[in-house]
Design a protein around this ligand. Sequence first.
Ligand SMILES: [Zn+2]
Length: 223
Amino acid sequence: MEERSFGPVRFIPGINRGKYPYCHSIYIESAKILIDPASDRERLKRLRNEDGVEQVWLSHWHEDHFMDLDLFDDLPLGTHPLDAPPLADVESFLNAYDIKEQAFRDSWRDIVTEMFHFRPRRPRIALEPGTRQLGNLTVDIIHTPGHTPGHLCFFFPESGVLFLGDYDLTAFGPWYGDRESSIPDTIPPFGSWRKSRPAPGSPATKSGCSQLNPAICGPTIWT
Ligand SMILES: [Zn+2]
């Protein structure tokens, strides 16, 4: 997968096609906003040095979406308010996964701290659902609970880009079974869109880039 720009919206592919423990990132060039910093640590270091980053937003609190957030410790962080608590401290993070057994808890604490660079953060920007104007660029912040309570998707109508985070339209689906995951919450508002998802194994699905039925919404999406 290659880095691509759609107007001021830049797609930064994750290592290994964004598969865990990586994800894809979005960089809004005109506003210097980085979404989901866990794609490619060295690339994100260069991005900060060469292009500049002023804010970091997260689609949700999972570790494969914040792995490189420590590179941006000094910058304002934006999340949906419902996804802020697991980021506040590592014990809250483990609780959100409902990890009770002590040995498992100890090992996950080490992994999330060392491999995923967990640092306690308190988001300063509440990404409430709705439309924001970033200069000439519009972003629709879409609340898509179910995967996590505060999961967000981001739609850029001028660029025709919809960033889905982990709202996965493949057969694996967006429901992971965390303590606060919810199947009923997952179904709307995208239930009708799922009818148009690519068949499992299709080239679109393998590339991690899905083209929805243009009659329904038209944009290019990444998961
Ligand atoms: Zn996730």
